[in-house]
Design a protein around this ligand. Structure first.
Ligand SMILES: O=S(=O)(c1cccs1)N(Cc1ccc(F)cc1)Cc1ncn[nH]1
Ligand SMILES: [Mn+2]
Ligand SMILES: [Mn+2]
Ligand SMILES: [Mn+2]
Length: 336
């Protein structure tokens, strides 16, 4: 009888699956909240709405449906609503007068967590049908990445498959034809409890990265297509921040910084947050304290990431679990 040395038997896999039942259910609850909120958003958002109002609709919906409870359940990270040439990490700060336009292409990227198990999923929203082929190209590329992912899959090969899918599309926008380009300095990523980026990055272009995906890991598979250079740079006022994980004890000189760090620890831990989340907690005049926490290396900042002016970018993102018995695309819905 042949002994199955290198892979666990089906019985062992099923046993392992059962061991993780609670954490999978946490993620499924978060995913159900994500699907419900985005369905409402897709129906309700219209040109002329303030970006702040759009974000608050998503955030209030998430808080209510996940039954927000301190650090146990709530919003996973700031609501991204990056527009046009901006691909990621834009959410309005207080007073931002930006209004969604008919000809905008908006990347709606928001997170829900239950016990730190984060569902990170995003879709692209637009009104002008001229963007439909670009959205289809990126949706296909993300689904290709989801298909290629799996236990022992090599990250570089997933990137190559994503790039091939993405570049097989040509789109015409405003009378100009473009071959869709993957944004080569944006990546998918592994996820751990309360840690939105757990160290592995999934390229969306060909790469020699031989790193393998492993059993039990969670990944955000996200791809970005662009009509610009296919490369983003930091641009605009920062809104996204997160306390770093592995920080040594750093004595703080700025009194307000110490108090602000207390607020961050209490309300977000290592989950990313934005300035509007500090505002709603009653924090005021915190800019220099926040800058100090960034400068001493306690807090990471994530500025908006944009391709060239006048270009258009699209994104789709799913969170998957590499379970012992199967690959679960936990954020899959009837919309994407
Ligand atoms: O670009 S990332 O920093 C990254 C990608 C690969 C390695 S690190 N980032 C992680 C993140 C950073 C800040 C957040 F507020 C939320 C998430 C990807 C991402 N942004 C939105 N959804 N997914
Ligand atoms: Mn995301
Ligand atoms: Mn072009
Ligand atoms: Mn992500």
């Amino acid at each position: 009888m042949s002994t199955n040395l290198n892979r666990t038997t089906n019985e062992e896999k099923r046993y392992l699956d059962r061991m993780h039942f609670d954490e999978y259910n946490d993620l499924r609850w978060a995913a159900e909240v994500h699907r419900t909120v985005r369905k409402h958003v897709q129906k309700t958002i219209k040109p002329g709405m303030l970006m702040i109002d759009i974000c608050e609709m998503i955030e209030n919906g998430t808080r209510a449906l996940v039954e927000e409870q301190g650090l146990e359940r709530g919003i996973g990270f700031p609501t991204g609503v990056s527009l046009n040439n901006c691909a990621a990490h834009y959410t309005p700060n207080a007073g931002d007068p930006t209004v969604l336009q008919y000809d905008d292409i908006c990347k709606v990227d928001f997170g829900v967590h239950v016990n730190g198990r984060i569902v990170d999923s995003a879709f692209t929203l637009s009104f002008n049908p001229m963007f439909d082929p670009l959205k289809e190209a990126v949706k296909d590329a993300t689904n290709t990445g989801v298909k290629e992912a799996g236990i022992d899959a090599r990250l570089g090969e997933i990137g190559a498959a994503i790039q091939e899918a993405m570049e097989s599309y040509e789109v015409e926008i405003n009378g100009k034809t473009h071959r869709v380009k993957p944004i080569r300095n944006l990546n998918g990523h592994s996820i751990l409890p309360y840690q939105i980026h757990a160290g592995k990055s999934i390229p969306i272009v060909k790469s020699g990265d031989q790193t393998k995906m492993e059993e039990g890991e969670y990944f955000a598979i996200e791809t970005f297509g662009s009509t610009g250079k296919g490369y983003v740079h930091e641009d605009g006022e920062c809104s996204h921040y997160a306390k770093k994980h592995d920080t040594p004890h750093i004595p703080l000189r700025v009194a307000k910084a110490k108090a602000l760090l207390g607020t961050i620890n209490k309300n977000f831990g290592t989950l990313p947050f934005c300035r509007r989340y500090l505002d709603r907690l009653g924090e005021t005049k915190y800019f220099f304290a926040l800058k100090n926490l960034v400068d001493v290396g306690l807090v990471e900042q994530y500025p908006p990431l944009c391709d060239t002016k006048g270009s258009y970018t699209a994104q789709f993102e799913h969170t998957i679990i590499l379970r012992p018995t199967c690959k679960e695309v936990v954020s899959r819905g009837e919309d994407y």
